[in-house]
Design a protein. Structure first.
Length: 433
């Protein structure tokens, strides 16, 4: 019996050569003639309604569609995709591409992919929504890192070292502590949230919070940086507050400190305060939602609500499995009611991607993310200025764009995090034109 992957290229060739809409029945008829009846074993049933051949042919079409080679304009009909130009492809390329979330892109499209033009278009779109007070911010670890806060991996490593320091009776020099953090970063689990679960074992809740807080605020934060300044300028335009909703995945209180410094009225929410939110609360305040928990620098461990903290594996599972969790509900409502801009977010959190999927499946609304291009590793014989590098980078970014597009996200790509303040200024400046 022929396998589904051996039906992929014949199906592609049939639709390309016919160059018209074809029904499943028409495709299967030509396909059977193409590969031979003996290979199709048409008498073998997959279930009471479908033959095994039809089942496998359907999977071949599914892979071709997911890879962007054929389209399904209406139920039961298929046609070759406009971008496909007859290029020689293998079934293995297509299967591997689909399984790694890639889509087909002809060489001509790779060469013409214009990141700067895309960025300009997205900034214009954001500016229009900014004008209409329709922006909600999502802030991730990258935002706080601009103020000298640890990255997610650094936070876990520092938490580990804080626990090690707490449990050992030996004196540890500052230089040794730095070494331990570097060793911890290099030897962490492949899943950071799994590692935090290991670290959290056999530790009292109060001590857990105390060590986590120590890891967060180990270094002095710098809230007077370019990213914070440009964000404040975007939020408050003169005397007008243009952005009133901020969702942050960060535990720290740096945004609150910056708001106090700039005399911006705000209200911070965690699960408990959100559920007890008064209908008569001041609607002129900027509202900051700490959906993974909140640990103020001046809080004592007993003032921090442990139930709010989402740091380790079991805490993530609890949120993931509860569709009515306040954190999920707040994020979904924000995505449904606003145009959201993600800053400092990798969008690698599976729960965040799940929520984006849920909302995008029922809405055509587009959201935006400012993201740093990944560093592409090159062999010694190739330099960044070469055409082969440019082609690969364009292909790489185009595939990332297609992936985020499937989540309803338009990505503004930057070469370095230092470029983000300029992007935020451009969003505001386009509005002022």
């Amino acid at each position: 019996m022929i396998t589904f992957d051996n039906l992929i290229i014949p199906t592609l060739k049939i639709l390309y050569e016919m160059n018209k809409e074809m029904s499943i029945k028409e495709i299967d008829k030509v396909l059977i003639a193409y590969v031979g009846e003996n290979a199709c074993n048409l008498s073998q049933m997959h279930n009471s309604k479908q033959t095994e051949f039809s089942y496998r042919a359907a999977w071949a079409r599914t892979y071709l569609k997911k890879f962007g080679l054929i389209e399904n304009p209406k139920q039961g009909c298929w046609i070759i995709a406009k971008d496909y130009d007859g290029e020689e492809l293998s079934a293995r390329e297509i299967v591997d591409g689909v399984r790694s979330n890639q889509v087909y892109m002809p060489a001509s499209k790779i060469e013409s992919f214009d990141i700067a033009k895309n960025n300009e278009t997205y900034i214009n779109d954001l500016s229009k929504n900014y004008r209409e007070h329709n922006i909600c911010l999502f802030l991730g670890a990258g935002f706080s890192m601009a103020a000298n806060m640890p990255s997610w991996e650094q936070l876990i490593a520092k938490f580990l070292v804080s626990r090690f320091k707490d449990e050992t009776n030996e004196a540890i020099a500052e230089e040794e502590l730095s070494d331990l953090i570097e060793i911890a970063k290099l030897n962490g689990e492949s899943s950071p949230i799994m590692q935090t679960r290991f670290l959290k074992q056999n530790i009292e809740p109060e001590k857990y919070i105390e060590l986590l807080k120590a890891a967060i605020y180990q270094k002095e934060a710098n809230i007077n940086n370019a990213l914070f300044a440009s964000l404040i300028s975007l939020i408050r335009d003169g005397n007008i507050i243009r952005i009133k909703d901020i969702i942050t995945f960060n535990f720290d209180d740096l945004l609150e400190k910056k708001f106090k410094q700039k005399s911006i009225s705000y209200e911070s929410f965690t699960q408990k305060t959100y559920l007890n939110k008064s209908k008569n609360h001041d609607k002129n305040n900027v509202e900051i939602y700490h959906v993974h928990g909140y640990i103020e620098e001046d809080m004592s461990p007993d003032e921090i609500d442990l139930d709010d903290i989402i740091f380790s594996e079991e805490e993530y599972h609890k949120v993931y499995n509860d569709p009515f969790n306040w954190s999920n509900m707040k994020q979904v409502n924000a995505l449904r009611e606003n145009i959201c801009l993600f800053i400092g977010c990798s969008l690698s959190d599976p729960n965040m991607r799940r929520l984006l999927d849920i909302v995008h499946s029922k809405s055509a609304t587009r959201h935006f993310a400012i993201m740093k291009k990944e560093n592409i590793q090159l062999p010694p014989s190739i330099e960044k200025g070469q055409r082969s590098y440019q082609l690969y980078e364009n292909f790489h970014l185009h595939n990332r764009n297609d992936y985020f597009d499937s989540l309803g996200i338009n990505v503004i790509w930057v070469d370095d995090f230092d470029e983000i303040p300029e992007v935020l200024r451009n969003i505001k400046n386009h509005y002022e034109r």
